[in-house]
Design a protein around this ligand. Structure first.
Ligand SMILES: Cc1cc2nc3c(=O)[nH]c(=O)nc-3n(C[C@H](O)[C@H](O)[C@H](O)COP(=O)(O)O)c2cc1C
Length: 183
């Protein structure tokens, strides 16, 4: 069974996109697609980036923990909000910390907004950063519009008929990429 790490990117007070990360964890586990773990950047609370892990003389245990979890995961889902047309500094801060850990890693991206466009303007810039480190980004996306209405605080979808099939297709593409990676 593959192990999937879900990066929850928003560290904002009153954040809403974390609901989508909770939803993916429940969805993956209840459908027995694999095991799932949320890597919550709010909990990691990394200091502002000043060097890549491989050049840090004495990295913190939190950075080492994050790196190990990215390295050992079979696939990653990144849940990110859109802030002014880009992905948040908290995510860039964490993405740039690592390098080899991203190499050949299957990564699927879910973008989130409180408006009607689902944060989709984030996709190309985030994919490009990940490509630079040779991650294998999955072509399927999972945009969430009006997140505050779509999911409750525990990650339960307001209307499961809207989200369950979409989530199944999205995760299936990640699983196919994970499978191709091991062949
Ligand atoms: C600094 C900032 C910039 C934002 N810019 C956008 C934006 O460009 N497009 C958009 O659809 N929503 C934007 N939003 C609203 C987010 O979509 C909203 O906060 C949503 O709940 C996801 O972010 P969260 O997980 O931090 O709550 C912005 C929010 C913040 C805090």
């Amino acid at each position: 069974m593959p192990h999937i790490a879900i990066i929850s990117s928003s560290i904002r007070q009153g954040r809403k996109s974390h609901r989508v990360a909770l939803y993916f964890k429940t969805h993956i586990e209840s459908r027995q697609f694999g095991s799932a773990e949320i890597l919550d950047l709010k909990e990691y609370s990394f200091p502002l980036f000043d060097e890549r892990l491989k050049f840090l003389p004495s990295p913190s245990s939190l950075i080492l923990d994050f790196a190990e979890k990215i390295k050992s995961a079979d696939g990653i889902i990144i849940v990110t909000p859109e802030y002014n047309g880009g992905y948040p500094a908290s995510l860039k801060n964490a993405v740039d910390l690592l390098y080899d850990e991203w190499h050949r890693k299957p990564v699927a991206i879910s973008t989130v907004s409180d408006g009607p466009f689902g944060g989709t303007q984030v996709i190309t810039s985030l994919q490009f950063s990940l490509w630079k480190m040779r991650a294998r980004t999955v072509t399927s996306t999972f945009p969430v519009t009006q997140v505050q209405d779509a999911f409750d605080e525990k990650g339960n979808p307001g209307d499961p008929s809207v989200w369950e099939k979409r989530a199944g297709n999205f995760i299936n593409e990640l699983l196919l990429c994970i499978k191709a990676n091991t062949e």
